[in-house]
Design a protein around this ligand. Structure first.
Ligand code: PMP
Length: 421
């Protein structure tokens, strides 16, 4: 396992076919025909490098971490902490102690809402989120505001799906206690100017949490440059295992945060009865219970894998493919893209059809071997504002190519034949 990974080759462009071969789900007997997976915003397939790193943990070095004194337990602990350092470098954090392993992005956000914000939030204070948040970066703040009788307010969107920062002059007002914002929208694909927002917020002393669930797979993250106080993402959307995520918190912020869960592993000394207990040092304080060592190792392997592909190249490939898909979808009669103007800036394109329900489009596409998503995408406040209850969404990754777009377009045209003729 290495901390600094060089790109596998120097060429400017990705070879999707070669990358596809790294993913066993696309080969072998499980797939009778070409499987056009276009649901990466929901979750990503796993490359052999990740699968093998996890199975190696179970087959070769599996023992309880942070406890056992025998060599295999020490090795397992070292692998877990090495994974933390790999991820530290992956996001440009100053110290491994700024990284807390969680079950998911959702858990990471809940930890901050309950453990950092709640004890500081007073009646009448304001917390801002954007209109485009996923429920996981919305409900934790809504709950804490309800509990503390604070206000939850939206940064609304412009017609073309960008944050309407000009229309939100009160964002940095005195009562603002916190801002939670997604880096990339899981519905619109909009990339938000998080570095600008976080830098200004810091000048006003307002902490910001960035939800990087949708950006981590194709945008190089640098928490120092971004100037965020907290950052959350899950491994499963960046080729890593399901069931593990990460909370980054600036050291001083984590020091102020109360643990969400208590139990084994997060405590130094436990008091008798009502006597106070003393929490362990950070980050162990926030990792109660037996940590998911194989998950952390697989998470780090995914980060190494992405670094080996090169973020710039991955991003360029995904954006150009998504733009092409958007242009071709637009040419189909009855299709409307979200947002209303502009081409996608990430790997996500959402669309509706004036005569077909998104679920019908997704079902017909699925039968044709094209996996897209339909529904509200856990973004009901956004869909409500757009006057919609559901959209269809195609989301691209590094091994997709034009044949996946052809299959998508053919599937939508077939659906049109079924439902519109
Ligand atoms: N934020 C965004 C923008 C997401 O797209 C998702 C997952 N769809 C989440 C948060 C939550 O991620 P997880 O379910 O892995 O906790």
């Amino acid at each position: 396992m290495s901390l600094a990974v060089q790109p596998i080759d120097d060429s400017e462009t990705i070879n999707p076919e070669a990358v596809r071969r790294d993913f066993p789900i696309f080969s072998g007997s499980t797939q009778p025909r070409r499987f056009h997976y276009l649901d990466h915003a929901a979750t990503t397939p796993k490359p052999s490098a990740v699968i093998n790193s996890i199975s190696d943990c179970y087959a070769q070095c599996y023992a309880p971490i942070h406890r056992g004194l025998y060599p295999m337990a020490e090795q397992a602990t070292s692998n877990y902490e090495h994974a933390r350092r790999t991820l530290q470098h992956f996001i440009g954090a100053a110290s491994p102690d700024e990284l807390v392993f969680t079950r998911s992005a959702t858990e990471a956000i809940n930890m901050v809402a309950s453990g950092w914000l709640k004890p500081r939030l007073e009646r009448g204070d304001v917390v801002w989120v954007s209109r485009m948040e996923h429920h996981s970066n919305y409900l934790p703040w809504q709950l804490v505001c309800q509990e503390q009788q604070a206000q939850l307010r939206f940064i609304e969107l412009t017609e073309d799906g960008q944050l309407d920062l000009d229309g939100t002059p009160e964002l940095f007002a005195e009562r603002t206690k916190f801002i939670a914002i997604t880096h990339v929208s899981n519905v619109l694909g909009t990339e938000n100017p998080v570095a600008t927002l976080c830098t200004t917020a810091r000048e006003y002393g307002i902490p910001v949490l960035v939800d990087a669930a949708q950006s981590v797979s194709h945008i190089e993250l640098d928490v120092a440059e971004m100037c965020c106080d907290f950052l959350a993402f899950s491994a499963h959307k960046m080729f890593g295992p399901t069931g593990i995520g990460l909370l980054y918190g600036r050291q001083e912020r984590l020091a102020e945060m109360a643990p969400l869960q208590v139990g084994g592993g997060m405590v130094d000394s436990v008091g008798d009865g009502m006597e106070e207990s003393r929490w362990a040092a950070i980050p162990a304080r926030f990792e109660a219970g037996s940590p998911d060592m194989p998950g952390a190792v697989g998470f780090a392997a995914a980060a190494d894998y992405l670094s080996s592909l090169g973020h710039e190249r991955v991003h360029r490939h995904i954006v150009s493919l998504t733009r092409l898909a958007a242009q071709r979808l637009m040419r189909i009669d009855g299709i409307r893209l979200l947002p209303h103007a502009g081409l996608p800036a990430s790997g996500i394109v959402s669309f509706t059809h004036h005569n077909m329900h998104p679920h019908d489009m997704a079902q017909i596409a699925g039968e044709a071997g094209v996996a897209i998503r339909a529904g509200h995408h856990c973004a009901q406040p956004l869909l409500r504002r757009l006057g919609l209850t559901a959209t269809a969404r195609a989301s691209f990754s590094v091994y997709n190519d034009e044949s996946d777009i052809d299959a998508l377009i053919d599937a939508i045209i077939s659906a049109q034949r079924v439902f519109c003729e």
